[in-house]
Design a protein around this ligand. Structure first.
Ligand code: IYR
Length: 228
């Protein structure tokens, strides 16, 4: 073996999959769909605490997502500190106020009407945890050298999807919040230069009087095309 391939020698292990019977596979696929179909984006949070160990497991799950060249180009910044949450809220609302008062097009504002959103982001103070998902276009090596990551948006999007599923599976609720522009988060959290905010996800329990818009999901026929 040549000198420069030693570090990248491939190692393989046997993988047998989960091996369910066909009827269990059908049953499980139906059950999981039923569970995921109950997930809703929530904006009315309770301040009821969620143990840190739960958040740890949810993030471990997110980090099992596939990623380009298995680089796992993400960092999950987890905020429960009330003072920091409140600073984040203030900065997010400053940007959101500008977005709702001129930066977003009339078409965009019209499309948001059924969701009842506005620039006020009370949930950033109330939810017990804020998870800020950071994407890493490159890693920093030991001597500060840049190491390329690949398919970063796809990878971090997948990890965020796994994160939302794990949050829901645990009986908690979340919101995929995108205050725009989001750069203030990298500053407030003092992140290194190779991290960019991707999503801000409050996590907790729904408020007692929580309301969500009465939305319908597209049926299978409208989202899938089969070529058999
Ligand atoms: N970022 C704003 C606006 C917003 C945009 C989309 I697209 C949404 O689906 C929801 C909201 C906000 O968080 O209010």
């Amino acid at each position: 073996m040549s000198q420069n391939t030693i570090d990248t020698e491939k190692k393989f292990i046997t993988y047998k999959g989960l091996n369910f019977t066909e009827s269990d596979t059908l049953e499980r696929s139906k059950e999981f769909y039923g569970l995921m179909d109950k997930r809703r984006s929530v904006r009315d949070f309770s301040d009821k605490p969620v143990p840190k160990k739960v958040i740890d497991n949810i993030i471990r799950t997110a980090s099992t997502a596939p990623s380009g060249a298995h680089k796992q180009p993400w960092t999950f910044c987890v905020v429960s500190n009330a003072e920091l949450k409140s600073r984040i809220r203030k900065m997010a609302e400053e940007e959101e106020y500008k977005s709702y008062h001129g930066r977003m097009s009339d078409e965009w504002l019209d499309d948001l009407k059924p969701l009842g959103t506005d620039w006020v982001k009370e949930f950033l103070d109330i939810a017990p945890w804020l998870i800020i998902v950071m994407k890493k276009p490159y890693d920093l090596g030991e001597n500060g050298e840049k190491r390329q990551n690949y398919y970063v948006n796809e990878s971090v999007g997948l990890a965020s999807g796994f994160l939302l599923a794990a949050i829901h599976e645990a009986g908690l609720v979340s919101l995929t919040h995108t205050p725009s522009p989001m750069n203030f988060l990298a500053k407030a959290l003092e992140r290194p230069e190779n991290e960019r905010p991707f999503l801000l996800i409050p996590v907790g329990y729904p408020a007692d009087d929580c309301q969500v818009p009465d939305l319908e999901r597209k049926p299978l026929e409208d989202v899938a095309v089969y070529y058999e």
